[in-house]
Write a protein that binds this ligand. Sequence first.
Ligand code: HEM
Length: 144
Amino acid sequence: MYSGLVHAHSGLRWIALVLLVVASLVAISKWLGRSGYTDGNRKLYLFTLIAVHTQLILGLVLYFISPKVNFGLLSEKVYRFYTVEHTTGMLIAIILVTVGYSLSKRAIDTTKKQRLIGIFYGIGLLLILASIPWPGRNLGAGWY
Ligand code: HEM
């Protein structure tokens, strides 16, 4: 079960990243172009939120069963990364995406709706990119 969860969590990163990139770009271009808000936009932003929340659920389960989470070994890079850095960075990013989605949903002005998604999803995306254990960082993780 552990290995299956790691693979699911690792592979789903790509779906979450593609959705975040597309959602942020669409929102920013529609915000700057003041070109309205469609039902397709609403669905794209919702699917992005769902992908990020699925990562949160998988990540939370992994946090309790992963051998790489160990508060007694924080002086070692790999343990510190998964126990503190990865989790804190991702939690902040997921909070930003969630707040952006709900503020945008409540906003009435269509340009404001797009601006809120563009800013909150965009910053969330940058934080997620910075918190991923990319292979070059030697944190024991692969590409998928
Ligand atoms: C969008 C959010 C997230 C993304 C894109 C993401 C991505 C990843 C990736 C790519 C790995 C490496 C998997 C591998 O070994 O190949 C990983 C590992 C891990 N993640 Fe996340 N993560 C996210 C959120 C979270 C959250 C919120 C938590 C905790 C609450 C979490 C906990 C973990 C843990 C404990 C591991 C280590 C698993 C292991 O190899 O034993 N992740 N994550």
